[in-house]
Design a protein around this ligand. Structure first.
Ligand code: BGC
Length: 809
């Protein structure tokens, strides 16, 4: 233990207090011992420090900070160095605002395009996600601040996110859902990590000793602090026992009292608590060092970096007839509400109060283009406005080229809600179809943080996908349009032709408690490639204003070498991607998997030899029989290309294996061996899981872990009535096209989380009473709530008094 001396002086009360939050964002300070509190803030693409009332949904205002493009955007740069630079800027702004821990980056796997938080995550591929996250983490921590990668783990849906159970086999868990975190921990050296709300195979992530102790701490060597997501602690005692440290945000001192009780009853050893306290003290002391602040000039530099990030991350999806870049003096019409009010970030806890926001309609006049006019064209809120539409069509008629700004609206991308389809608003498509009738030269500037269907794709000659491009993205889009910037972004995720093609179609989101990850390792391109499903844009795809030739592939034991030449007449950047496959594999596996990449900038005509090294992840797979990473012996295909379908050269390599016992029987798992996993039978899934499928139906009485929205099962008429009121309110909002994050959160919250987020007003004892009421024992339950309330108040006061005097000695 590093801080034994101070721990020896601490009372059990002080130790327990240090392991839970004191307010929405900070930990307890223990002045007697000179232990200050530490301060956490969201979020991954900018600092969200709330100076006034705090909340974890981004509802109340926060201090101005640079709003960088979101993770989904920057992942398209395939440049961990850029992530590092953004991380440094985040760290500097955190220091300036007195923030010690930045709650990010988020690196959950984009299992399904509909997950409401995909815009906050890097990729459908764990290798790319992990490398990008490691870049951010190194950058943030280089400034003396802690990064807190999240949400560990298997948090790929928003629906009932606090009460659902991810049922996933160990190989898929390791290869797909944990590998990114492994890279973030081992290469990024994250000093904190946030557990997810959900259960993983029946145990809350925050209480999951397999995740937190066996894998995170013992296998990966993580020695930082484990923090719960906000309100994500189920049972703090079980959490600490499993390797979690800090319960956030503000359970009052109820959780601390539970820890003390558990020690006294011998359910947890005091030494286990001491280990957590030791880790917390290390963080507290490290983070209480004086750190450098930045001034206005620093913020200006960050705005430039936000611009660079947007410019290097935008993906040129289409460029028919080389419509782009537009020549000087091209007569353009700028159409679309997004040109006036950009969509540059998503909603929820990651919302940043940007220091400034650029608008295309204002900036376009400073370009070399001849602007014939700008108009909004469609209503942001949906619906068709004939007058706006006519103005847009008239304008389009006068121009050589129409620049059409459009995409997903604010309501479609938010924490707390999954989308229910993959389309952009119909009125935007409607207008586009009208515009193309009067002008065939349309360039679309798309804003959306996750994959969408593009049935309207043929209406556009050029498409620049800016994703959610941050506060300075508008200028970046214009510079790509005019050719000042040569686009170099590559998609971090596949764009399927239609939602029905997606691998987890039938399994996402969970119906009741369980979300069955039946598609296994076949997520994203791993599925489309293997099952031969045509996609609109493959993983890794992106065009440039120049061309790159790949030649002279050499494969050796350490990796590959290839020569890449910029054969066009403009400078540009290319991302060389390395994929590995094994045609004669005995275990089932995807056709190819990303195992390395490098982004290089090449002047027109320049050639360079590029090396990409193999690493410990290149040939490994998780063997469920031996519970180890293993390698299959034999020949592997080494594919080097510009995206996962544009493989330019393939080599071979023979590798010595480690496998002596091969898992899986082909006869029993045909879906997995063929990659056709959209309809995996119960039997096959059980083979994959190596156990029976757990029953996820809600039955019998509701308990503290059930969500408020499950009250339709409640025995109490009052509870069912409340459920009805909430449901009706939500439905009304839906009809009005509104999202009330607070209401949604209340709707999806499990009962126990109420005690964890009310600053000590509600205790778990009171929640037990509430459950009795819900389950039809009104008077008994109500009595417990009332006595619980007074007991909790008295015990909290007593505890605080002790902390303020001598720590409880
Ligand atoms: C989110 C986290 C966030 C936290 C604090 C939670 O609702 O899931 O990502 O860091 O709130 O705002």
């Amino acid at each position: 233990m590093k801080h034994k001396e101070i721990i020896d002086k601490m009372t059990l009360e002080e130790k327990a207090a240090l392991l839970s939050g004191k307010g929405e964002w900070q930990t307890w300070n223990l002045d007697r011992l000179g232990i200050p509190s530490i301060y956490c803030s969201d979020g991954p693409h900018g600092i969200r420090k709330q100076a006034g009332t705090g909340d974890h949904l981004g509802l109340n205002p926060s201090l101005p900070a640079t709003c960088f493009p979101t993770a989904a955007t920057v992942a398209n740069s395939w440049d961990p160095e850029l992530g590092d630079k953004i991380g440094q800027a985040l760290g500097q702004e955190a220091n300036t605002q007195g923030v010690d821990i930045v709650l990010g980056p988020g690196l959950n796997i984009k299992r399904n395009p509909l997950c409401g938080r995909n815009f906050e995550y890097f990729s459908e591929d764990p290798y790319l996600a992990g490398k990008m996250a490691a870049g951010y983490i190194r950058g943030i921590q280089s400034q003396g601040v802690y990064a807190c990668p999240k949400h560990f783990a298997v948090n790929s849906q928003e629906l009932r996110r606090m009460a659902m159970n991810a049922v996933v086999d160990e190989r898929t868990l390791r290869e797909i859902y944990l590998t990114g975190f492994e890279i973030a921990v081992k290469e990024g050296h994250a000093k904190a990590i946030m557990t997810s709300y959900n259960q993983v195979n029946g145990t809350y992530a925050n209480e999951n000793a397999h995740l937190l102790t066996d894998i995170l701490r013992d296998e990966w060597g993580f020695d930082g602090i484990v923090i719960t997501d906000w309100g994500g602690s189920n049972d703090h005692v079980k959490g600490v026992q499993a390797g979690s440290d800090l319960e956030m945000p503000n359970p009052g001192l109820d959780s601390a009292r539970q820890l003390i009780k558990a020690v006294k009853e011998g359910r947890i050893k005091e030494s286990t608590i001491d280990n957590s306290v030791d880790r917390m003290l290390e963080a507290v002391f490290e983070l209480s060092q004086e750190r450098e602040k930045i001034d206005d000039k620093g913020f200006k530099k960050h705005n430039d970096l936000a611009y660079r990030a947007a410019a290097e991350s935008a993906v040129l999806l289409k460029n028919s007839d080389n419509i782009l870049p537009l020549k000087p003096d091209t007569r353009v019409a700028l159409i679309g509400d997004f040109a006036y009010v950009p969509r540059y970030q998503g909603s929820g806890s990651s919302v940043v109060n940007a220091t400034s926001v650029e608008h295309m309609n204002m900036l376009i006049n400073n370009t070399t283009l001849h602007v014939v006019g700008c108009t909004r064209g469609y209503l942001r809120s949906g619906g068709i406005d004939a007058i706006m539409e006519k103005a847009a069509i008239d304008l389009a008629e006068q121009a050589d080229v129409v620049i059409y700004c459009f995409g997903l609206d604010e309501l479609s991308e938010s924490e707390g809600v999954d989308r229910n389809h993959m389309r952009i608003p119909q009125n935007q498509i409607h207008l586009l179809e009208k515009l193309v009738k009067v002008n065939k030269n349309i360039v679309g500037v798309l804003s959306a943080g996750s994959a969408i269907e593009m049935s309207w794709h043929h209406c556009l000659k050029g498409i620049i996908h800016g994703y959610l491009y941050g506060q300075a993205g508008a200028q970046a889009m214009l510079d790509i349009i005019t050719g000042k910037i040569n686009p170099s972004g590559r998609l971090n995720e596949t764009y399927p032709v239609r939602y029905e093609d997606t691998p987890s179609l039938r399994y996402f989101p969970s119906v009741e408690r369980n979300s069955e990850y039946r598609e296994g390792i076949f997520v994203g391109y791993r599925y489309y490639d293997t099952a031969n499903i045509r996609v609109l844009y493959p993983f890794g795809y992106g065009l440039s204003y120049t061309n790159f030739k790949y030649s002279d592939l050499i494969v050796n034991n350490d990796g590959i070498r290839i020569t890449v030449t910029n054969t066009g007449d403009v400078d540009g950047a290319e991302t060389i991607q390395l994929y590995i496959g094994k045609k004669d594999a005995k275990i089932f596996r995807p056709d190819k998997e990303l195992k390395g990449f490098k982004k290089v900038f090449l002047k027109a005509g320049e050639s360079r030899n590029i090396n990409i090294d193999f690493d410990d992840k290149t040939f490994r797979y998780w063997n469920i029989i031996t519970s180890k990473w293993e390698v299959e012996a034999g020949e592997y295909q080494v594919m080097v290309g510009a995206d996962c379908q544009d493989i330019r050269h393939t080599g071979q390599i023979n590798i010595d294996g480690t496998t002596t016992e091969y898992p899986y029987s082909k006869d029993h798992m045909l879906s997995y061996f063929s990659g056709n996993i959209q309809k995996v039978s119960d039997k096959e899934f059980e083979e994959l899981l190596d156990r029976t499928i757990p029953d996820g139906k809600w039955r019998g009485e509701l308990d503290v872990n059930d969500a408020v929205c499950q009250m339709y099962y409640a025995k109490s008429a009052l509870a069912r009535f409340i459920y009805k009121i909430l449901t009706n309110k939500l439905k009304k909002n839906e009809e009005l096209g509104k999202t009330d994050l607070n209401l949604l959160f209340q709707y999806n919250i499990p009962f126990r989380a109420i005690a964890k987020m009310t600053g000590g007003i509600v205790s778990m004892e009171m929640i037990d009473g509430v459950m009795m009421v819900v389950n039809g024992h009104f008077f008994k339950g109500f009595g417990i709530v009332i006595t619980g309330f007074f007991r909790n108040r008295r015990l909290n006061k007593k505890y605080i008094k002790k902390l303020n005097s001598n720590g409880g000695k």
